[in-house]
Design a protein around this ligand. Structure first.
Ligand code: CP3
Length: 347
């Protein structure tokens, strides 16, 4: 049967007259219905581990905007939680975790194969979504890439420059690499279980890839992605994978080829015209409207949306933002973006 889901067609390398569209953090605080469901769950983590409510918030933006893809509602920090780190969220500040900076901390972590009991509610969310999503909507599972997740585990919180992780990498390379290895194995386990439960695509978020330079980028961003993708494709032949090495800059060139990813997601520090010439030549790209337009709206939103669609119109493209939508965004601007993408003259 010919594939009817537009997202999967783009990921298979097809250039579509109107690109599929979805948005990073599309289930989130800018939506009043999300805030209501989160209040019902109690807090953010309780929402992540409540399959009915997590499925509900995943579906909310699909109902509102008819996006071409739904992304599982969960978080990249559920893996450290499942490995036995303490995790909590401080309202208005972000995540807090117990830190891993010594051999003793590392020895207390669980094995990669021991995460599934803890993550069973997430797999249940995927099963509910696979049942309830409209036939034309693709289901994306995800995980954080090992480096990005390690930056949170080492520092115990978000950091502006990933300083503590860079310090451990320099001062105790063996421990740092052991942690990345554990996270690589756990990520393979976790994503593989999401696919078994019904995820049709997986995305690997390396939000802090841009702070790895030169050989460090190849060793700690590119190599783990390559290994995760190879293992997932061996277990699930034909599985499409989106990689997001955020702020990789010049390192976006050739990243898909080097890692085996079917698509690279572009952040908005990259000019779409440049990326069309140097990255899209290898296959599908995703991106990359600045999320600030979801706050400011108006003619600039329309003009920049058209510019992104135009720039990538010569090849396979998934329309998205360059990073997650922010809580201060206006839901009506999202509608305007989706309408602008879908009402452009057919190419
Ligand atoms: O809609 C979706 O995109 C799916 C769900 C999703 C969330 N987080 C929900 C969430 C996804 C794909 C993520 C990924 C994620 N989580 C990343 C990588 C992408 C990126 O943004 O770079 C990272 C670094 C995290 C870790 C994380 N989770 C942080 C640093 C924070 C706090 C900062 C913030 O934005 O509030 C979170 C919380 C979080 N994850 C929220 C949501 C909807 C907000 C929590 C709330 O409801 O209060």
């Amino acid at each position: 049967m010919a594939e009817t889901k537009k997202l999967l067609r783009a990921l298979a390398g097809e250039r579509l007259p109107v690109p599929p569209v979805w948005m990073m953090r599309q289930a989130g605080r800018y939506l009043p219905e999300y805030r209501a469901t989160r209040a019902q769950a109690g807090d953010f983590l309780s929402l992540c581990y409540n399959p009915e409510l997590a499925a509900e918030v995943t579906l909310q933006p699909i109902r509102r905007y008819g996006f071409d893809a739904a992304i599982l509602f969960a978080d990249i920090l559920l893996i450290p939680d499942a490995l036995g780190a303490d995790l909590w969220f401080v309202t208005g500040e972000g995540p807090r975790l117990s830190t891993v900076t010594s051999e003793r901390d590392f020895a207390a972590l669980k094995g990669a194969g021991d995460i599934h009991d803890h993550l069973a509610p997430v797999y249940e969310t995927v099963r509910i979504l696979a049942r309830e999503l409209p036939a034309e909507t693709a289901l994306i599972g995800f995980a954080g890439a090992p480096w990005t997740v390690a930056t949170y585990m080492i520092a115990g919180r978000s950091t502006p420059d990933q300083g503590p992780a860079h310090a451990l990498k320099a001062e105790n390379t063996a421990l740092f690499e052991a942690l990345l290895e554990r996270l690589t194995e756990a990520t393979i386990e976790y994503l593989s279980a999401q696919v078994a439960a019904g995820a049709e695509v997986v995305k690997l978020f390396d939000s802090w890839a841009g702070s790895l330079k030169g050989a460090d980028f190849d060793r700690y961003a590119l190599a783990p992605a390559k290994r995760i993708i190879a293992e997932l494709k061996a277990r699930h032949p034909g599985l499409p994978v989106i990689a997001f090495p955020r702020e990789a800059g010049q390192k976006y060139v050739g990243f898909a080829r080097a890692t085996g990813a079917d698509c690279v997601a572009l952040d908005n520090s990259v000019r779409p015209e440049w990326a069309a010439a140097h990255v899209q030549c290898d296959g599908c790209v995703q991106g990359n409207l600045a999320s600030s337009h979801m706050v400011t709206g108006g003619r600039a939103l329309i003009a920049e949306t058209r510019r992104v669609v135009e720039a990538f119109s010569g090849g396979p493209h998934i329309f998205n933002l360059g990073h997650g939508i922010t809580p201060d965004a206006d839901p009506e601007n999202v509608r305007l973006m989706v309408e602008t993408v879908r009402s452009m003259p057919v190419r």
